[in-house]
Design a binder for this molecule. Structure first.
Ligand SMILES: Cc1cc2nc3c(=O)[nH]c(=O)nc-3n(C[C@H](O)[C@H](O)[C@H](O)COP(=O)(O)OP(=O)(O)OC[C@H]3O[C@@H](n4cnc5c(N)ncnc54)[C@H](O)[C@@H]3O)c2cc1C
Length: 469
């Protein structure tokens, strides 16, 4: 690729082409995870769909590695690449609510907070993750769990339609009726199939919730985790709560006497009035010791969604490990508590997010995301501000995961993985759906242009002949 060819690309874009040496190159290439330092050759900051088509065609014709950047929050930094072209969607951030239909059209650079902001005045929300700065695109394409999952399903279960730029530069819409194989693959198959330039979601009736965290000191973790495990299957789906092992943050407004102490927390939301929520939670709270503090209260849903944002600014070091979990026997709880006690930093945590209720009502082969038989999605996140601690974070994350993995299912959520997972892990994650994904990949991206992701290799030509379009 010569300077002249990149100038041709630049002149074809409505957005900007950012190169090494530009004043904002370092800020444009920076990712949420400070542990990842990638240096793309070109960053095409797309202003519209035409720019996306131009950038995809350019990368393919020039043989450049291509990465797609939505919110830039991905653990291993799969929204960027070294020495290739980044299709940067981060400035495409408009959201349009259709209150009559209860649907929401979302641009690919939107954060979860952008969507909550737009939907809340209409008494609506799209079920999505629990930190408002996370990108909707990567979240959705991976599957996505959050506070509303038990009642309304995964984010992909609320996806109605997606516009996609394919590897050959063509533009298609995918839905249950149009290109249904592609739509199926987008529901959990990550960024493997094309650049999604627009999402259409079904929104759900959510306005004020009773939510927030309840913290116990670590000495009560056994009792809390066991009580939570037994309580969850009995709780109404309006209550979305997860359990975590973490530390009380050493910052206001947390009570000073608990700062930095290891703890067990139950964090969640009830989509309904406070009195009903308190009735629902009473049997759980009756089973466990008095908490250090209980901060569940009524709040607008967007407030809950951004509650933890200040604790997790951009640029921290993150090392992620995940697994899907079917059961949580007492022995597994003991291992969690032993491992969490060795956390290398105050921010490091383990969360177990429920996979039940509405998620179980969808058949395993109805979407690419296949862990419909799991009960939780586990994440171990080793986090610290200090780059020199990176090796400690990785060692703890790996050691914890090695200790607990024998109690879990074979696969894990692709959005809770780094890019150092062992061979076969992605196949285990998609289980019986993997082969179909590989065939769809071969149909829409036979040369694996979209490979900066948790990659699904295209099925070999001999197998594709059976289903070629
Ligand atoms: C603080 C924090 C909180 C989180 N909380 C949750 C949570 O509650 N629930 C949950 O499920 N996950 C959660 N996650 C994980 C999150 O799902 C992933 O980090 C996800 O990849 C973020 O998406 P993004 O658009 O920001 O990522 P990016 O880094 O921009 O992209 C990630 C991947 O998605 C692909 N991609 C992005 N945009 C597009 C597009 N338009 N078309 C095609 N492919 C695309 C890219 O190929 C890349 O492989 C959290 C992550 C963080 C850092």
């Amino acid at each position: 690729m010569t300077d002249q060819t990149s100038q041709t690309l630049e002149s074809s874009l409505h957005g900007r082409l950012i190169r090494p040496g530009d004043a904002d190159y370092d800020s444009a290439r920076a990712l949420y995870n400070g542990m990842i330092d990638k240096r793309p050759r070109l960053i095409a900051r797309c202003a519209d769909v035409a720019d996306v088509i131009t950038a995809v065609n350019f990368a393919r014709e020039e043989g450049l590695l291509l990465a797609i950047r939505g919110g830039g929050h991905n653990g291993p930094g799969l929204g960027s690449c070294d020495d290739g072209l980044v299709v940067d969607l981060s400035t495409l951030r408009s959201v349009r609510v259709d209150p009559a239909r209860g649907t929401v059209r979302v641009d690919p650079g939107c954060t979860s907070g952008d969507v909550d902001h737009a939907t809340h005045p209409f008494g609506l929300a799209v079920p999505a993750g629990i930190v408002s700065t996370t990108g909707v695109a990567g979240l959705t394409l991976g599957g996505d769990t959050g506070y509303l999952t038990r009642k309304f399903g995964l984010t992909i279960d609320n996806l109605l339609e997606a516009d996609v730029v394919l590897a050959d530069g063509s533009f298609v819409t995918a839905s249950r009726n149009e290109n249904p194989d592609l739509f199926w693959a987008l529901q959990g198959g990550g960024g493997n199939f094309g650049v999604v330039t627009s999402f259409l979601f079904q929104a759900q009736p959510v306005a004020t919730v009773y939510g927030g965290p309840i913290f116990w000191l670590a000495e009560h973790a056994h009792a809390v985790m066991r009580a939570y495990r037994d309580f969850l299957p009995t709780a109404p789906e309006e209550l979305g709560i997860f359990v975590g092992l973490k530390a009380v943050p050493s910052t206001e407004p947390f009570p000073r006497e608990y700062w930095g102490k290891r703890a067990c927390a139950i964090i969640g939301a009830y989509n309904g009035p406070a009195a009903a929520a308190q009735r629902v939670l009473a049997p759980l709270l009756a089973e466990v010791p008095e908490p250090a503090f209980n901060w569940m209260s009524e709040m607008p849903f967007p407030t809950l969604q951004s509650l933890f944002d200040p604790l997790l600014p951009r640029g921290l070091q993150w090392y992620w490990k995940g697994d899907f979990v079917k059961t949580l026997p007492d022995r597994a709880i003991e291992i969690h508590i032993e491992q969490a006690a060795r956390a290398p930093s105050e921010l490091s945590l383990m969360h177990l997010y429920p996979i039940d209720g509405a998620v179980h009502e969808v058949a395993q082969d109805a979407t690419a995301w296949s862990a419909r038989d799991a009960s939780w999605s586990m994440v171990i996140a080793a986090i610290d501000a200090e780059p020199a601690r990176a090796d400690d974070l990785k060692a703890w994350g790996r050691g914890y995961w090695n200790a607990i993995h024998p109690h879990n299912l074979g696969g894990g959520y692709i959005n809770f993985m780094m890019d150092d997972e062992r061979d076969g892990r992605i196949q285990a994650t998609y289980g019986p759906n993997y082969q179909r994904l590989a065939l769809i990949k071969a149909k829409y991206d036979p040369h694996n242009l979209f490979r900066v992701n948790q990659n699904i290799a295209p099925a070999p030509a001999s197998e594709v002949g059976i289903t070629a379009r």
